[in-house]
Design a protein around this ligand. Sequence first.
Ligand SMILES: *Cc1c(COP(=O)(O)O)cnc(C)c1O
Length: 460
Amino acid sequence: MSTSNIPYKIYLSENEIPKAWYNLRADMKNKPAPLLNPGTGQPLTAEEMSGIFCEELVAQELDNDTAFIEIPEDIRSFYKMYRPSPLVRAYCLEEKLGTPAKIYYKFEGNNTSGSHKLNSAVAQAYYAKKQGLKGVTTETGAGQWGTALSMACSYFGLDCRVYMVKCSYEQKPFRREVMRTYGAQVTPSPSDTTEVGRKILAEHPGTTGSLGCAISEAVEVAVSNPGYRYVLGSVLNQVLLHQSVIGLETKTALDKYGIKPDMIIGCAGGGSNLGGLIAPFMGEKLRGEADYQIIAVEPASCPSFTRGVFAYDFCDTGMICPLAKMYTLGSGFIPSPSHAGGLRFHGMSTVLSQLYHDGLMEARAVEQTAVFEAAEQFARVEGILPAPESSHAIRVAIDEALKCKETGEAKTIVFGLTGTGYFDLYAYQQYNDGTMTDYIPTDEDLARGIAALPKVPGVE
Ligand SMILES: *Cc1c(COP(=O)(O)O)cnc(C)c1O
């Protein structure tokens, strides 16, 4: 079908798995704002953080200067089981769309957890084990992060306790069973097993939960059990650092064929896959070596970038976590139970928030049914059943490819296909039955969340 010399899949060899993660912060002139202690309004110290996070991860969290951080050999060995991931030229989609655009996607769904989250889970479990901890606690939305972490914990012999957002727990019983198969203990959140869970349940009876609630519960359990720490699957600087393997491999693969993308697109929940995918490209942009159009895609039901504010806010609903300066809808904002569970977070990575604030990237919000239309179109020609989260990126990649069809421009588009949708068939069922709805919060809904932003001592 193709007359190009570029293969359908650009595979790399095992040796081409990066030996170091790339820390984009090292090249940022305007560094992301530090996390603050909500009590004092002062930047969190390494000592304060080490009660919640593992020591080496604290060091990575605070390191704004080291551009390359070596990947320990044990982590690289684990990566070799499922990496390098393929970069695929979407010839079939291009032909179906009749577009002159050249479309590539980096496919991260080729492991049992079904998403890119394993890239950071294995790193976080490794450092917890190295520190001699007994176990870790976490939250999970759609379940991909919990699954990835339970796989990593069983590999390194750590106990794993997962608080799973209640609506996902109920919609995706099989995700839960995968986690249990890997030995994790899974609790629907909010639950009555924690103080903060009981408080949220009393204030919002019948709530279907949110990532923010589940984070509060997981943190409470970590800090009240000796030998446990909390780990987070997105948002944090350390997670973006680990996810840079996605972008580094993508760049290596493109460079082999001398391909320079015009546009890089990714879905954005907490920002980790997008932050990882764009890292080396944004690095070039920051150093003035190249320019790329970079687009974050978020759900219209949870529009942190496009309708949120850039301010210090809590990362969790229970308001026990540190404050992060980010694009946020307010930690009290509980998004409608959309099917892209992994994108239902009120805030955004501080790194991406700063880059967006500085005009270095763009953002678009898309509606659920339009996302599933794109997912279906993609699945039918490219063979992969995409996760609803990933399909946000597909939607915008298709929109951009169709614009090229009108203008006749042969742009090169790269997008992140973060995972597979085998556990999201309830959502596909609603789409197929025509019962899927598009809930978009009103300005009043958003104003309520934003009005409740914390007042930070000494900070506007
Ligand atoms: C979690 C998840 C996302 C969103 O998380 P980010 O941290 O923004 O990357 C996207 N796609 C899939 C498949 C996920 O599991």
